[in-house]
Design a binder for this molecule. Sequence first.
Ligand SMILES: Cc1cc2nc3c(=O)[nH]c(=O)nc-3n(C[C@H](O)[C@H](O)[C@H](O)COP(=O)(O)OP(=O)(O)OC[C@H]3O[C@@H](n4cnc5c(N)ncnc54)[C@H](O)[C@@H]3O)c2cc1C
Length: 292
Amino acid sequence: MYPAPFDYYAPSELKEALELLSKYSEEAKVLAGGQSLIIAMKLRIVSPKYIIDVNNIPNLSYINESDGYLKIGALTRYSDLEFSDLIKSKYPLLHEAVKHIADPIVRNWGTVGGNVCYNHPGNNLPAVMLAYNAEFVATSLSGNRVIKAKDFFLGPFQTALRPDEILTEVRIPIPQPRNGGHYIKLERRVGDFAIVSTAVNLSLDYDGTVKEAGIAIGGAANNPVKVTKAEELLKGNKINDSLIKDVGKVVTEEITPVEEPFGPPGEYKKAMAGVLTVRAIKYSLRRALGGA
Ligand SMILES: Cc1cc2nc3c(=O)[nH]c(=O)nc-3n(C[C@H](O)[C@H](O)[C@H](O)COP(=O)(O)OP(=O)(O)OC[C@H]3O[C@@H](n4cnc5c(N)ncnc54)[C@H](O)[C@@H]3O)c2cc1C
């Protein structure tokens, strides 16, 4: 199918894009990598009257560490993260998650901002951002506001962004020493959307006690789930097999799975969320203790 007719704008300044968004509001859509939006338009799932292509706007694509955060411009492509030495060495959870998105073509086009703004239940990055306790910078004509990841994902294909806002930056707190993370995605075939995914991020104290724990599940439910009960169970404790098993059980209990036609049963997704989290905690622990 062809998309419904629309007017196309490709502003070269952020201010111009924000003025257009402010004017057209819910009738407009931002175009980033186009890897979800164009498909949705061709299927006429969405039919925006105005497309605001942000690809010509400078300074929306970068990766750097400053002020205690890893800062990623919203227009940064997955492949930029995949091939970044900084991300590979210091942010293994994010690195593994982008490496497991679709195929190289999608990774060359798709953007970090687009992934979290679309909030498809099977997307890789929403769960990762919840596990990292990331923050999102939303920019409008009135300035910037910072939204915490836990408040950003409102439901399938819904976020806390207002129609006049563009996501401009994603911020991940720089990990403390003795940090480790791991991402696991259960998929039918390589490159598919997640049936279930788990994102774990741990920081240990010098005596091995868990100082910070971030655990989130993607794919299984309608919205990525930050499993705070499981995080609390780990925090302040030393990890052992019995504790990891308890955390896996809590994760299973906390998931309200969504059943899709021809998809696996909800009970399977619940069980797998627990199993994958147990594995991801073991990997994360090994990394936090200095292993690969
Ligand atoms: C074959 C295929 C397989 C895929 N497999 C996976 C997978 O395994 N895992 C996965 O995570 N993803 C997967 N995807 C989805 C892909 O990651 C998309 O790229 C992503 O969902 C959207 O990013 P985008 O930059 O392409 O955004 P677009 O498609 O351009 O936009 C998506 C939505 O976000 C909004 N938006 C984009 N950027 C901004 C911004 N800066 N501010 C405000 N709103 C914005 C748009 O208006 C639109 O509503 C797959 C896609 C394809 C085509």
